[in-house]
Design a protein. Sequence first.
Length: 190
Amino acid sequence: MSSASSGQPEPPARTQPATGAEAVAGYHGTAGRGTGDTERDRLLQKVMMTGRELGLTLLTLNNAAARAIGMHPTDAWIISYLQSVPAEVVLSPGDLARITGLTTGAITGVIDRLERGGYVERRRDSQDRRKVIVSPTEESARIARVFQPMVQGYMELGLKYSREELATIASYLEGSIAVAEDTVGRLRRM
């Protein structure tokens, strides 16, 4: 039964991606910024759109993982962030609020829930006893196990690329993070 006969609107037709400067121009107001190299512009568009799709997919993954372990998505995001920070980096609730853009009240609620669940601990900073440090506990490793199939998939995917290609991919991703962080900073100053 077609959408028209069921009274439902037709979904928009999927079109082929644009090519060249036209493709780059279609990405969030980048009109007129094509390189003049049609194939390069097409690839730039593909990389930008694929990066955007990856970001959205990772948000969906965070939500699904949070649901699977009975946790709020924001809590899963914060514990994942804490697990990614090198052990020698100490973070206070205020640091987490600044980094994430959450209010201090919201981050306190997240930390309270994570602490009740046994995923983080608060402790006094050994250098400044007035400062409270938040760090993941061993129990938080249970959360990391939810992501193990993805980690394994990334490892298998990485085996398809040469060292040089992996270095290029890593460089691009690091640059993408820097661009995103710069944009976050500008948006927060608005």
